[in-house]
Design a protein around this ligand. Structure first.
Ligand SMILES: *[C@@H]1O[C@H](CO)[C@@H](O)[C@H](O)[C@H]1NC(C)=O
Ligand SMILES: *[C@@H]1O[C@H](CO)[C@@H](O)[C@H](O)[C@H]1NC(C)=O
Ligand SMILES: *[C@@H]1O[C@H](CO)[C@@H](O)[C@H](O)[C@H]1NC(C)=O
Ligand SMILES: *[C@@H]1O[C@H](CO)[C@@H](O)[C@H](O)[C@H]1NC(C)=O
Ligand SMILES: *[C@@H]1O[C@H](CO)[C@@H](O)[C@H](O)[C@H]1NC(C)=O
Length: 478
């Protein structure tokens, strides 16, 4: 149609042909350059999560983002557990390089080699390293830095902050990012009240992280995700995790019973008798299945120090915590295991604290064999489940301030099969720090090299040519 109008005119001079050719070449060149600049390439990240019993290698990938206000589409593409743990090298630093090089070579096989020099490698350590003596931990981390900063050892990008021991608060914040990411909070730009708080517990510590409804006077952690700023409250209680609470109960009983080497433990179930090394002595503990006495000991650890609590209110001791407000919370890791053992959640995962408490008192009065058979809890966790259920009830209500009949704590092991681990959130956080804006039309935000991408490019070029032809022809007609 356009063609015939132009030819019918019969007055097409060479000047117009040249003009048109110039326009077409110019527009094609522009498109080509925009396309090169805008083609979305895939980014990778290598994360070594140095935990207390092993190091988990995880590889993540995502299409590069064109605007920092959109959400990174990150997926975990590989994970492998490597034993032993990093902290087991504290007295044999010379063996550490070999251990790390094994891990980096596995990582290299999981990232396309052309992307190695754009891929950051991280080694973030948690509980196991936090409990080491400071000089041991420093020596260990310096050795890790020496190995990972040496370009001869691997092809990834290393930077100073890529190797460190995480604070408990960072761990809590990263878990918060993970939970809210998998919940779709960041991608849907929902109101702040839709963010979920996260309660997390491991062997060593427990973390509480949330966006307070009211003022935040201390323990603030600021982060930026998908172009929005969040001021989170986060606190980590070291020594308040599953294994450390158990140890603290035993140590407390020993201190309360000096010179006694055969002690009843109210937090252990009847017939759970075992020996325990304390300094240079061995103590026999015998379970007595006494939930109320156990609770007295636990409450002692959770005592508030009103006199030194400033700013107020406080949760445990003199640790400030703003009110938990009205948002939903996810209780993960040990919280989820204990709630599931004692069947204290409904089908949607909602935790019933009152039920957990009542069941705990019944469960904790049984012998270890009865408890294990009635509740189907493996005997090796039988006593720990009792103590943790009593402790969690007290922690959530007395310390954190949730009403016992609250309906807004959900206890999850994962969301839609996606584990609620902190390394995912750490990768989101680090990728956000590195992010730049690439202002490109949405039309181009498609993976480079794919057939879909080629097709769009061709269509766009055809469209431009026909628009130009049409403009030139109609100008001539006027
Ligand atoms: C490397 O790590 C893997 C996984 O833990 C292990 O099976 C293998 O023996 C290690 N190789 C070396 C050389 O240490
Ligand atoms: C990364 O490696 C590729 C080849 O794999 C090379 O073309 C590129 O220049 C390198 N980039 C940097 C920043 O070293
Ligand atoms: C544990 O100790 C108690 C108190 O001495 C005793 O009655 C019980 O039989 C012991 N149980 C086992 C399995 O040893
Ligand atoms: C255990 O060690 C302490 C000092 O650490 C010492 O006073 C005590 O006598 C020792 N006890 C035994 C039974 O060896
Ligand atoms: C837990 O249950 C015990 C015994 O039934 C009760 O005394 C206690 O008040 C309950 N705790 C909470 C926080 O409701």
């Amino acid at each position: 149609m356009l063609q015939s109008q132009c030819s019918l005119d019969g007055d097409r001079g060479p000047v117009h042909d040249e003009e048109m050719t110039t326009y077409v070449i110019f527009s094609m060149a522009t498109l080509f350059l925009v396309d090169r600049a805008c083609a979305v390439s895939v980014r990778y990240s290598v994360m070594l999560d140095a935990g207390s019993s092993s190091t988990k290698l995880r590889v993540y990938s995502w299409p590069e983002r064109k605007s920092t206000s959109s959400t990174l589409q990150i997926t975990e593409t590989f994970s492998q557990r490597i034993k032993p743990s990093l902290s087991s090298f504290q007295d044999s630093l010379d063996l550490l390089p070999k251990y790390l090089l094994n891990i980096t070579s596995i990582a290299e096989s999981q990232v396309p080699s052309s992307s190695h020099n754009k891929t950051h490698i991280y080694l973030l350590a948690t509980a196991g390293l936090r409990f080491l003596k400071e000089e041991k931990a420093t020596a260990l981390m310096n050795m890790v830095r020496n190995v990972l900063s040496d370009k001869r050892n691997h092809g990834f990008v290393y930077s100073e902050r890529s190797v460190r021991i995480l604070s408990g608060e960072e761990e809590g914040v990263f878990a918060w990012i993970t939970a809210n990411y998998h919940n779709g909070f960041f991608s849907s730009h929902q109101s702040l009240s839709k963010a979920v708080g996260v309660l997390e517990m491991g062997g060593g510590s427990t973390q509480i992280t949330f966006l307070p409804d009211g003022p935040l006077l201390a323990h603030m952690f600021t982060l930026r995700i998908s172009g929005r700023i969040y001021n989170l409250y986060s606190h980590s209680y070291l020594n308040f995790g599953k294994d450390y609470m158990e140890r603290r109960v035993k140590d407390y009983l020993i201190q309360q019973n000096p010179q006694v080497y055969d002690i009843l433990n109210p937090c252990s179930l009847k017939n759970d008798n075992y020996s325990y090394e304390y300094g240079n002595t061995t103590v026999i503990f015998r379970g007595s299945s006494s939930p109320s006495e156990c609770l007295t000991i636990i409450s002692n650890f959770l005592r508030l120090s009103y006199d030194t609590c400033y700013p107020k209110p406080c949760a445990i001791g003199s640790i400030y915590q703003p009110s938990v407000g009205s948002d939903i919370f996810y209780a993960v890791a040990v919280f989820a295991f204990v709630a599931s053992d004692l069947k204290a959640t409904d089908s949607s995962g909602r935790l019933d604290i009152d039920k957990l408490n009542k069941t705990a008192h019944i469960y904790c009065s049984k012998t270890i064999d009865d408890a294990a058979s009635v509740y189907n809890v493996p005997p090796e966790f039988g006593s720990n489940t009792c103590m943790m259920a009593l402790y969690i009830t007290e922690l959530l209500t007395f310390s954190y301030g949730f009403p016992v009949n609250t309906k807004r704590i959900y206890s999850f092991k994962d969301i839609n099969g996606k584990s609620l681990n902190w390394p995912f959130g750490a990768v989101v956080y680090e990728a956000e720090l590195l992010a730049r804006d690439y202002p490109c039309p949405p039309f181009y935000q498609i993976n480079a090299g794919t057939s879909q991408h080629q097709l769009r490019l061709t269509l766009l070029q055809l469209l431009t040519v026909s628009v130009l032809v049409s403009v030139l022809c109609s100008t001539k007609h006027v």
